[in-house]
Ligand binder design. Structure first.
Ligand SMILES: *Cc1c(COP(=O)(O)O)cnc(C)c1O
Length: 429
């Protein structure tokens, strides 16, 4: 709040497509999709239309003992479009809650099977899964976690496949395979007490947009099967086309035991999340009431009708407008326009997975020595870009582009140009 005495919050009056407009008539290009949620622009006519219709019929109803058309249709749709084997859908109302659901359901599954010793979770270094206590515990970004450490359950943290640290000349795949050995060893030693491995497929977004090869997911799926441990894929950020496929797991042709979805699920309109799981998991809870095996977890706004309808409209757009195919072209334009950053004296790496492109700003290109966090160079990029009408919001010293899929080539060029100028501004002493 003290920062905001010099940089006041910007009240937004209107959103239209990729643009936000404030009360003074300034416009901002939303280059980070309003924190990775917006896929098809603000005030999208198709989603607006669907919501208006939903609003005139049903805004919300208790989702226990009752259901509704949009909730049913969406569950069926999610089962249809997610990887094979995911046949059941459980709703919650934000990403962190979806992670809580997956953790609880995995643990409870083993308990219902009589495997009461399987109580622990394996997570990757530099991972992020949300900010409620359970989700925070399985995350690993110190900035969010450290303060609350005394409140959090103990987890097993394994060094990750983050390819920023690969050797010169080593491929992403080779490095990811090499790093998997650490996961394999941990699973081998501790699987008897482990309920699930939770992972962000392909991109650790909040962990500074660090990336790795799909082969890691393939190996992890095999190992989880071998060691009888669940695999939870947190696709909250990477789902819905971000990595170039509708879901990131597709690139490894794997199906997780649980898949968490939120963020882009409603096209950036309303809070909603879903946890997809298998018939096998479902069956473990299916019993007479007296046996007390049921999964008791609810939120007041679970399965909100408006949110479900927004999600249905969002998925319709994907299917009717061939978005995944169109994004391939956009992603290659992003690659093109970011090439110049490779030559920048204060950029150690430009990396990309589909519709996510990240630029790592460092003090020294050769040694990769980072800037001191206290210098807040990323914040300088943010403030500069805003003054030029582009909303970039770096993670530390990592500037990234994560635009809505309606972005044009001209707009991508504008984002890149302003980012370049922003970096020039931020590295000046
Ligand atoms: C944003 C995010 C979450 C948390 O979602 P919220 O809706 O913010 O609670 C969890 N996991 C990942 C990978 C995320 O990016």
């Amino acid at each position: 709040m003290k920062d905001h005495e010099s940089f006041p919050l910007i009240p937004i009056k209107k959103g239209q497509g990729i643009w936000l407009e404030d009360f003074d008539g300034n416009r901002y290009l939303d280059a980070i999709s309003s924190w990775w949620v917006n896929l098809f622009g603000h005030a999208n006519p198709i989603i607006n239309e669907a919501l208006k219709d939903q609003l005139d019929n049903l805004e919300h109803v208790i989702f226990a003992g009752f259901t509704h058309e949009s909730g049913i249709k969406l569950a069926e749709k999610l089962v249809e479009i997610t990887p094979p084997g995911l046949s059941r859908c459980f709703y919650a109302d934000n990403g962190s809650s979806a992670v809580e659901v997956a953790l609880k359901m995995s643990f409870h599954y083993w308990r219902n099977q009589g495997q009461v010793q399987k109580t622990r979770f394996i997570t990757l270094e530099n991972s992020y899964h949300g900010e409620t206590l359970g989700a925070l515990a399985v995350g690993n970004v110190p900035l969010y976690k450290e303060t609350y450490a005394p409140l959090l359950m103990d987890v097993i943290t394994v060094p990750g496949p983050d390819c920023y640290y690969r050797e010169a000349g080593e491929s992403w795949a080779d490095y990811s395979i090499r790093r998997f050995a650490l996961m394999e060893r941990t699973l081998q030693n501790q699987c008897h007490t482990v309920s699930a491995v939770i992972i962000e497929p392909l991109v650790q977004c909040a962990g500074n947009m660090r990336m790795y090869d799909p082969v890691y997911l393939k190996l992890l799926r095999e190992a989880c099967d071998k060691y009888n441990v669940h695999l939870i894929a947190d696709e909250i950020a990477v789902g819905f086309g971000r990595t170039g496929t509708l879901f990131a797991c597709e690139q490894a042709t794997i199906s997780p035991d649980f898949m968490c979805l939120s963020k882009g699920l409603t096209g950036g309109y309303l809070p909603l999340s879903a946890v997809l799981t298998t018939t096998q998991v479902y069956q473990a809870f299916y019993d007479d009431y007296q046996n007390m095996t049921a999964f008791l977890h609810s939120h007041s706004y679970t399965g909100n009708a408006l949110a479900c309808r927004a999600a249905l409209a969002t998925i319709d757009i994907f299917q009717q407008q061939n978005i995944i195919q169109k994004n391939k072209r956009l992603a290659s334009v992003m690659t093109e326009m970011a090439k110049r950053f490779n030559e920048h004296l204060h950029v150690s790496e430009v990396r990309q997975t589909g519709m996510i492109l990240a630029i790592e700003m460092v003090k020294d290109k050769n040694t990769r020595e980072p800037y001191l966090w206290q210098e807040r160079r990323g914040l300088k990029v943010y403030q500069y870009a805003l003054s030029k009408g582009v909303l970039l919001r770096p993670l530390g010293n990592v500037i990234y582009f994560m635009p809505p899929y309606i972005v044009t080539e001209d707009e991508l060029m504008l984002i890149a140009e302003i980012a370049w100028q922003g970096i020039e501004h931020a590295v000046r002493d």
